[in-house]
Design a protein around this ligand. Structure first.
Ligand code: UT7
Length: 331
């Protein structure tokens, strides 16, 4: 069984930069509150004419270019998103078409902030089993179109941003690659971070005016509860990835966490007894881009020269579901 390795990376964010000061003009919030609570200075918002698949396309082209693969090389597409272009089919179908790929397997995974690691894990299993040799793995969102941009939705509105990140994974013929992946879900507390409608559950379809008036067709988050769980699950799943591979923290060059909140990363660093320079952060520029945050951060960390051949890195995610996940990688 050959493991897979990442051979290409790329990301794309919308042009429109939204500063904390811009948010102050449309809701009751402040630059001071946002920066002190989350570390976010600005984020990108997709304009009306940009769909999730457009950002996914830009990120994918860059990842394909870096890997030196052409459309006919790709034999699997997996997209993680919570804001698909259409209710169905998934973004992966639009991406398959826009990239002129062969009629290969293409599907979406809806695991919120953990989606990219979930997608990476599934792609890795396809490659390990010989079902695929070159897979395109994408996390992409234009989720700010879904959020309530008034004071009522301010706890979410100030945190989230749009973007896409992509990776090409291919069969590895040496000792580098994805060493292991670890996926988890605990659905019982899903109501702490969710968007109820439009959905098939009673009362949350688009014809329910009361549900709309009550804000049930926009994301909801019980921030404190999510925070409490995140600071436990992140260290747990990072440790799981190290234990599985006989690694200790001294062996890990960099942790690339889902960019949910800089305070969460600080709490994780403290619990794991490491300095913040071992935990990558770019949340100040993009906010929380859910499924896209890890591939965007991974691409930037790589481009900044923070990951070199032979380095061990860990990707770690936590988010709605709750879902949480990690991947141990030898670069
Ligand atoms: O990506 C998925 C994972 N997501 C996360 O991991 C996010 C986890 N949660 C968090 O990051 C934090 O809980 C938040 C950043 C969302 C909130 O930080 P906090 O320190 O937990 O603040 P809080 O919930 O205790 O709210 C404090 C106050 C409240 O007012 P009262 O009730 O104390 O009077 C809020 O109404 O801040 C108020 N508030 C705001 N004020 C200004 C909430 N949102 C805002 C806002 N601007 N945007």
């Amino acid at each position: 069984m050959h493991k897979s390795k990442i051979t290409g990376l790329g990301f794309e964010v919308p042009e429109k930069v939204v500063l904390n000061a811009d948010l102050e003009k449309i809701m009751d919030t402040s630059d001071e509150w946002i920066q002190s609570r989350s570390g976010i200075k600005e984020r990108r918002w997709a304009s009306e004419d940009i769909a999730t698949s457009d950002l996914a396309l830009g990120a994918s082209k860059k990842a394909m270019e870096m890997a030196g693969v052409s459309p006919e090389d790709i034999d699997l597409v997996i997209v993680g998103t919570l804001s698909s272009d259409y209710f169905f089919p998934g973004v992966s179908a639009q991406l398959q078409d826009k990239l002129n790929l062969r009629n290969v397997a293409a599907f979406d995974i809806k695991a919120a902030c953990s989606a990219f690691v979930y997608c990476l894990s599934v792609g890795d299993q396809f490659i390990r089993s010989g079902m695929a040799e070159t897979a395109l793995i994408v996390g992409a969102v234009t989720q700010t179109k879904l959020i309530d941009k008034t004071t009522r939705g301010r706890d979410i509105a100030v945190l989230f941003g749009d973007g896409a990140g992509a990776a090409i994974i291919q069969t590895s013929n040496d000792d580098s690659g994805i060493l292991s992946t670890h996926l988890h879900c605990e659905g019982k507390d899903m109501r702490n971070l969710w968007m109820e409608g439009p959905g098939s559950a009673p009362g949350v379809w688009i014809n329910n005016k009361q549900a709309i008036a009550d804000g049930r067709l926009s994301p909801f988050m019980n921030g404190r509860e999510v925070f409490r769980n995140a600071v436990t699950r992140f260290p747990e799943v990072i440790q799981e990835a190290m234990d599985e591979n006989g690694l200790t923290m001294d062996d890990i060059k960099l942790i690339i966490p889902h960019q949910a909140n800089n305070r969460i990363s600080q709490a994780v660093a403290k619990r794991m007894g490491i300095d913040m320079d071992r935990i990558y952060s770019n949340i100040h520029k993009y906010g929380n881009t859910t499924a896209a945050s890890i591939p965007i951060a991974l691409t930037e960390a790589f481009q900044e020269g923070k990951i070199k051949k032979g380095d061990h890195i860990i990707l770690a995610a936590f988010g709605a579901g709750y879902t949480w996940a990690s991947a141990a990688i030898r670069w």
